[in-house]
Design a protein around this ligand. Structure first.
Ligand SMILES: *[C@@H]1O[C@H](CO)[C@@H](O)[C@H](O)[C@H]1NC(C)=O
Ligand SMILES: *[C@@H]1O[C@H](CO)[C@@H](O)[C@H](O)[C@H]1NC(C)=O
Ligand SMILES: *[C@@H]1O[C@H](CO)[C@@H](O)[C@H](O)[C@H]1NC(C)=O
Ligand SMILES: *[C@@H]1O[C@H](CO)[C@@H](O)[C@H](O)[C@H]1NC(C)=O
Ligand SMILES: *[C@@H]1O[C@H](CO)[C@@H](O)[C@H](O)[C@H]1NC(C)=O
Ligand SMILES: *[C@@H]1O[C@H](CO)[C@@H](O)[C@H](O)[C@H]1NC(C)=O
Length: 761
């Protein structure tokens, strides 16, 4: 949230009167009881009221086996979870329930306890919804607890796996859906403090319908501060040293805020709204002010500190923006994912705060930030919200039968407003996702000017940072030339030699030349980007490589085609063709697209190269590197720079193949599919004829030049320990580049004696 502009008080007051005053009958006294909707979560609804409980009813899906979007329907009523009988059940009922659960609609319903029998009460029977009701409690039924069914008749629903946009987990904010809802929070910096971003200290202002209101500080606690800081993207809070004590600016405000500290939104805290110009509710009070502690990413010089001490047991992967992604946790030196069963905002907030962000904006289920690979460590994580680490929350261990990567949990965290998108813009493109980049620079006199960036060093890595800074997601492409875009209003070049590692939050954190030095300084050679909300992500199946490796001595007379395609090492040229053989290290590679967009070759089909020998088109010059390295990291054998023909060999259930090589077909890898290069395909090897027996590291890198955009390049390498005794070969510890912790990775590169003993015994 930006720091506030001066409030148009009269206008706001007007809006307040218009929008709310007429709907909320004036309380008889200024200290009126709070509207029922601001009650703390968990307070029992008023009995036998038909409307109040409707909005507060908790619904959940239970049973087994099921996915996150289906299950036995359970309702929380009078402090007890119970089920619904399938008599008279219909798809209309299912629609109502699915919407209450945050899904757009139902695709079906089940009867006869398809997901197993529930326990406790059967809360509803003969339910007949019209389909448009806001809650199952508003539908016709026999009444709560009135049923002649047994749990053998428990009803279930199957919801369409598409969330209602902006739906917030009902178990937290369900009690506060009302006209008196706090929507947003911002800090108005205290006059004396410098206007530096992020704003960490100031007077709290809450957005309510169309207006901003201040908060009475009587009874304000550090727990309230924690909730406010969390919403603003800060992991921690501190007590304000000296309260500036300005007087209340507005004549309406919020008072009696009483958070427990674990809420992710002020709307989930008990609070009351005062009426305009009433002073009774905040006698002698001042506007509440808070002070927050930002995470290391948002502290000057904190980035370096963070890199030094990055021994956290949690990380986010696959998110398009800062502070969002699939949750991955570290155990025994290896990263794994979290199952979405019971995944909620409290657990998500623990993850967010641990990573230096605020509380969680959303707890995402169903692998909506892509599926991970490798182990799934945690399930049914139950955090209070006060834990320092997700590992401190109770959880259940999972086996592969319980949970699949289809159910990987993800988060969207609150991050502080840094104004990064204000110092960069794109112009000239055809859509708002593409254009020539311009950055805002300030000269010593304080004059600000927009200027272009030299395209010479510009690659996908730099484009990734630019797209992130623009808030436009991933880089689809980084362009070195932009002559084809409208250049009627171009500015001068102000930046050159930009080099990013890909993880920076803004281009200003990347390296660049001290003064502009660009060989082709014309605007048509300025850097440009095409950004995208989604990207592909290729990952190699490491265990398959490990399982399939072997050595073949292949006669030269069978290798003419391979030689023509440069698949043998240099010494092959000096061999006595067609007599003799080459020693080949062979294995299968299975390349999965676990991203959220199809992987497609950068070059259009007109520029694909026909390989007559193998009879197919190559769409990428360099798609993978296969290398054998010694302990020093020096290459001892290079398995050629393979250019493959990309296609969907097979897909996960429910995904259909789209790409195939045959007949000049479209090339690529669909999300949820993989391309398999079997060990017996020509060129699928490393030529080790000249390699001496010993211990090596075998390394595969996919898309090594980052020619095609991916959401994550850290998982593109795969490594194995390799032992070669002159006759046979063994692979061990095959793993994806980012699967191990740094510490485990350092150990991996050494060859402990124990490993050698185990192999040779
Ligand atoms: C509120 O109080 C201010 C200052 O006392 C006054 O100018 C304004 O008219 C009052 N507004 C209402 C709606 O009573
Ligand atoms: C989960 O598994 C780990 C490793 O096998 C074990 O140390 C831990 O005690 C288990 N935790 C639970 C809650 O079962
Ligand atoms: C900065 O201001 C000084 C004095 O007004 C002026 O001489 C100088 O040219 C200005 N520099 C730039 C870069 O505008
Ligand atoms: C270029 O700038 C001028 C003046 O600022 C403006 O009137 C014109 O519309 C701009 N042209 C384009 C193509 O943006
Ligand atoms: C990787 O290969 C192994 C061994 O063939 C196989 O069991 C596993 O299912 C594969 N993994 C994926 C994600 O396909
Ligand atoms: C590592 O490199 C050094 C110097 O280049 C060399 O002397 C040494 O033999 C190498 N070690 C291995 C295991 O190849």
């Amino acid at each position: 949230m930006p720091p506030s502009a001066p409030l148009a008080l009269g206008l706001l007051l007007g809006l307040w009167l218009q929008c709310c005053w007429s709907q909320t009958p004036p309380p008889s006294s200024t200290r009126a009881p709070p509207p029922s909707s601001t009650r703390a979560p968990g307070t029992a609804p008023p009995p036998s009221s038909t409307r109040a409980p409707a909005q507060r009813l908790k619904v959940r899906l239970a049973g087994y086996p099921r996915k996150h979007n289906e299950g036995r329907v359970e309702l929380f009523h009078q402090g007890e979870w119970g089920t619904v009988c399938d008599d008279d059940f219909s798809i209309s009922n299912a629609h109502v329930l699915c919407r209450q659960l945050g899904f757009v609609e139902a695709t079906g319903w089940t009867h006869s306890a398809k997901y197993g029998k529930g326990l406790g009460r059967i809360w509803l029977d003969n339910v007949q919804c019209g389909g448009g009701e806001k809650s199952i409690a508003l539908c016709k039924s026999r009444g709560w607890g009135n049923s002649d069914c047994t749990h053998d008749e428990d009803a279930g629903v199957v919801c369409k796996d598409e969330r209602i946009p902006g739906f917030v987990d009902s178990n937290v904010i369900d009690a506060h859906v009302s006209e008196n809802k706090v929507e947003e929070v911002r800090l108005r910096p205290v006059a004396a403090t410098k206007r530096k971003l992020p704003v960490t200290e100031g007077v709290v202002e809450v957005k309510h319908r169309d207006g901003w209101a201040q908060v009475c500080d009587l009874g304000w606690s550090i727990k309230n501060t924690r909730v406010v800081c969390g919403m603003l993207g800060f992991p921690h809070e501190r007590r304000l040293g000296k309260n500036p004590q300005p007087s209340l600016k507005n004549f309406f405000y919020v008072h009696s805020v009483a958070c427990s500290g674990t809420e992710v939104h002020l709307a989930a805290c008990p609070l009351e709204f005062s009426r305009p110009n009433s002073t009774g509710a905040c006698p002698g009070g001042a506007p509440a002010a808070v002070s927050c502690v930002p995470g290391p990413l948002f502290t000057p010089g904190g980035l370096k500190k963070k890199l030094k001490t990055s021994v956290r047991g949690v990380r986010l992967k696959g998110g398009a923006r800062l502070g969002e992604g699939r949750v991955e946790v570290l155990r025994g030196g290896e990263w794994g994912t979290v199952c979405d069963d019971r995944w909620n905002l409290q657990a998500a907030s623990v993850v967010c705060r641990e990573l230096g962000f605020g509380s969680a904006k959303e707890a995402l289920t169903g692998a909506r930030m892509g599926q991970g690979m490798g182990p799934i460590y945690l399930s049914e994580v139950r955090c209070l919200g006060t834990e320092r680490s997700i590992w401190n929350c109770p959880f259940r261990n999972v086996s592969s039968e319980d949970c699949q990567h289809l159910e990987d949990a993800a988060v969207r965290c609150n991050v502080p407003y840094m104004g990064l998108e204000n110092t960069i813009r794109i112009t000239g493109g055809r859509t708002r996702y593409e254009g020539r980049l311009e950055v805002l620079s300030t000269d010593p006199n304080g004059t600000q000017t927009w200027g272009l960036i030299c395209g010479e060093t510009w690659t996908t890595m730099e484009a990734m940072v630019a797209c992130r800074q623009l808030g436009l997601g991933y880089a689809n492409q980084g362009l070195k030339e932009t002559w084809y875009w409208d250049s009627s209003n171009v500015t001068d070049m102000v930046l050159s030699g930009v080099r990013c590692s890909g993880t920076e939050m803004s281009l200003s954190q990347c390296q660049h030349h001290p003064t502009v030095s660009c060989q082709k300084a014309a605007a048509k050679f300025a850097a440009g980007v095409i950004c995208s909300e989604t990207a592909s992500d290729l990952v190699l199946n490491a265990s398959l490589v490990q399982q399939t490796v072997y050595i073949e001595d292949r006669p030269l007379h069978m290798l003419y085609c391979a030689a023509e395609e440069d698949c043998l090492s240099k010494s092959a040229a000096k061999a006595n063709w067609p007599y003799g053989h080459r020693r080949l290290l062979r294995f299968s590679s299975q390349i999965h697209n676990i991203g959220r967009a199809d992987f497609k070759p950068k070059a259009g089909r007109h520029s694909w190269v026909w390989h007559a020998c193998h009879g197919h088109y190559h769409s990428m010059d360099i798609f993978t590197h296969y290398d054998l390295l010694n302990a020093n990291g020096t290459k001892v054998a290079e398995g050629h720079k393979a250019s493959f023909c990309l296609e969907d060999t097979d897909c996960h259930e429910g995904v259909s193949k789209r790409y195939e090589c045959a007949n000049f077909g479209d090339q690529g890898i669909t999300v949820g599919c993989w391309d398999l290069y079997r060990h017996d395909i020509d060129c699928q090897w490393i030529d080790i004829t000249d390699v001496k027996p010993g211990n090596y590291i075998m390394q595969i890198v996919i898309n090594p030049n980052q020619e095609v955009a991916e959401s994550d390049f850290t998982n593109n390498a795969m490594k194995c320990n390799c032992k070669y005794d002159g006759h046979r070969v063994w692979f061990h510890n095959c793993h994806i580049g980012d699967a191990f912790s740094e510490e485990a990775e350092r150990r991996f590169e050494k060859y402990p004696g124990q490993l050698n003993n185990r192999i040779s015994s």
